[in-house]
Design a protein around this ligand. Structure first.
Ligand SMILES: Cc1cc2nc3c(=O)[nH]c(=O)nc-3n(C[C@H](O)[C@H](O)[C@H](O)COP(=O)(O)O)c2cc1C
Length: 313
């Protein structure tokens, strides 16, 4: 997820059980490769393997160049984004806008597959809009082009993030192609993960927003799938320690100025639903110094822990 799954967050998710964590999308426009943002997104040092880098664009030759560029920098899988509905991406007819132009989909996939030695995977939505759910045709094009796995978000491009994800299209694709299919959309609990796997017969599930502020969801799902039992939720002390470690990694990765600003949304997600969370978020969002932000988070969770002990006593 662009703006969310940077390297620090991916590392944390991998440690907590995610089998694979794909990078934020990197533009295939080489004019952007010098920008700080794109350089950071293409920085895969220390990343858990296999390192999967997502690229976005609409020009087959540029996409092939982008794939080679990232493989030269350590990418072990190239993932192609044809699932993003963002205006910025769709205006240049990339992301999910491409689903409308099946011949172009084929040319992009063939160009990228033949440009690199590493596996190429694809992320799509179920189609352009509900009248043209062409995921099955796109999946066949992908399989014929040599794409090695397909992730499907169970919404159309026109749906944006509205309504509920549907899994019938994912099930239909899974039944008709031989490459691994990864089901995605609105999977928020271990139970839902099992349901979606059973319903679609997909080979894996992909978790997006439910991991925000909850990177331990991966170990919870793994445990549930393996045993049928629920792990106890993480303790407040563990949440505090994970968040503090996450903050340190963000400061380290972005530098303190940007790191503390990126950290704000993560702090909000981790503290959602906790006692006095809204008041804490208003206060911590005022901090403009990384050390003070870090300390405020520690104090807040220590306060919750002390409060818990008083309640228990
Ligand atoms: C803030 C945000 C950024 C996203 N960026 C990307 C992206 O760069 N590439 C991509 O393939 N999907 C992106 N997505 C879509 C997610 O990968 C996923 O398909 C979608 O959120 C549905 O899954 P979920 O219900 O588990 O979140 C993004 C989603 C969000 C909310």
């Amino acid at each position: 997820m662009a703006g969310v799954t940077d390297r620090p967050f991916r590392q944390l998710c991998r440690r907590l059980g995610a089998g694979l964590a794909v990078s934020e999308m990197v533009s295939s426009n080489s004019l952007l490769w010098g920008s700080a943002k794109t350089r950071r997104r293409a920085d895969h040092r220390g990343e858990a393997e296999p390192k999967s880098i997502q690229i976005a664009g609409a020009d087959p030759r540029m996409m092939a160049d982008a794939a080679r560029y990232n493989v030269d920098r350590g990418a072990q899988i190239i993932d192609i984004n044809m699932g993003c509905p963002a205006k910025k991406v769709c205006n240049v007819a990339a992301g999910s806008a491409l689903l409308k132009d099946e011949p172009l989909v084929g040319r992009i996939l063939e160009a990228v597959v033949s440009a690199v030695e590493v596996p190429v995977t694809l992320k799509i939505r179920t189609g352009w809009d509900r009248r043209s759910r062409n995921a099955l045709r796109v999946a066949r094009i992908a399989e014929a082009a040599g794409v090695q796995a397909l992730a499907i978000h169970g919404r159309t491009r026109a749906d944006g993030y509205r309504g509920e994800a549907e899994y019938d299209t994912i099930a239909a694709v899974k039944a008709q192609v031989n490459i691994p299919v990864i089901a995605n959309g609105d999977i928020t609990t271990p139970e839902k993960a099992r349901e979606v796997l059973a319903y679609t017969r997909a080979d894996a599930v992909m978790i997006g927003r439910a991991a925000q502020g909850r990177p331990w969801i991966f170990r919870e799902i793994n445990h549930y799938l393996a045993t049928g039992g629920r792990l106890p939720p993480p303790s407040l002390a563990e949440i505090r320690d994970l968040l503090l470690e996450h903050l340190e990694r963000l400061y380290d990765f972005y530098g303190e100025y940007t790191g503390l600003r990126v950290a704000r949304k993560h702090i909000s997600w981790y503290s959602k639903g906790q006692r006095d969370g809204a008041r804490f978020r208003r206060a911590v969002n005022q901090e403009t110094d990384a050390r003070r932000q870090h300390q405020a988070v520690r104090d807040y969770f220590d306060g919750l822990l002390a409060g818990g002990r008083e309640l228990a006593a």
